[in-house]
Design a protein around this ligand. Structure first.
Ligand SMILES: [Zn+2]
Length: 217
């Protein structure tokens, strides 16, 4: 697997420091599963972080620190909703899905546009980021779109082209409100991506304006 598109160093550093929100953490982790180069970088960042921590003088614990930890541990988990009780996704259905994602609950596939389907992943914690699988048929010309927030995309299987670049399994793409996407899926097989998206999707063009009212990503 030849990976050409990676998260930025600052994103990997934020991942190592644990400061990304849960949805974005999943998107970076998905890339790391298939990218030895970024794994090495992230490990080195974690070692730097560990060295900084051990060099710090020990801080005095507050008297109620233990009680606070116990209170958090005893806190009941968020009750499961209908979507959360949906069956997990069978492995054969989504080639390239990392193993760590199999412990998440998946919603049902839903139609977004011709040849384009979306399957939400239910996060166990509140997150500003929505995470979902996006499956597009061979040769699909996706609707041109921008975002009101940050969008992280990691290719699981298949491939697409966008702005003169080609994205295959493991490749990572970052979109924000300055980027106008017009991805085209390669012929021959479905392209499945994991997407972590903040904000809303804005579709352009006549078809986009027609479809927008029905698209609830
Ligand atoms: Zn990488």
């Amino acid at each position: 697997m030849s990976i050409e598109h990676h998260p930025t160093d600052s994103m990997l550093a934020a991942f190592a420091a644990g400061t990304l929100d849960h949805g974005q953490h999943i998107a970076i982790a998905t890339h790391l599963v298939s990218c030895p180069q970024c794994r090495t970088f992230t490990r080195s960042m974690e070692q730097v972080g560990g060295a900084v921590l051990t060099s710090l003088l020990p801080a005095a614990m507050s008297n109620d620190a233990l009680a606070k930890v116990e209170a958090r541990l005893n806190k009941p988990m968020r009750p499961a909703t209908m979507a959360e009780t949906a069956p997990t996704v069978p492995e054969a259905e989504v080639p390239g899905l990392p193993k760590f994602l199999r412990r998440y609950q998946f919603g049902n596939w839903k139609w977004i546009a011709p040849s384009v389907h979306l399957q939400p992943i239910v996060l166990p914690y509140d997150s500003d980021t929505r995470v979902f699988l996006l499956k597009s048929g061979p040769g699909t010309r996706m609707l041109q779109h921008t975002h009101t927030g940050i969008e992280m995309t990691c290719v699981l299987s298949g491939a697409f082209s966008q702005d003169g670049s080609h994205y295959g399994p493991g490749d990572f793409d970052l979109g924000d409100d300055t980027v106008d996407h017009l991805p085209v899926v390669d012929p021959g097989q479905d392209c499945v991506c994991l997407v972590a998206m903040q904000g809303d999707l804005r579709l352009h063009g006549l078809i986009g304006r027609m479809v927008q009212p029905f698209v609830r990503v």
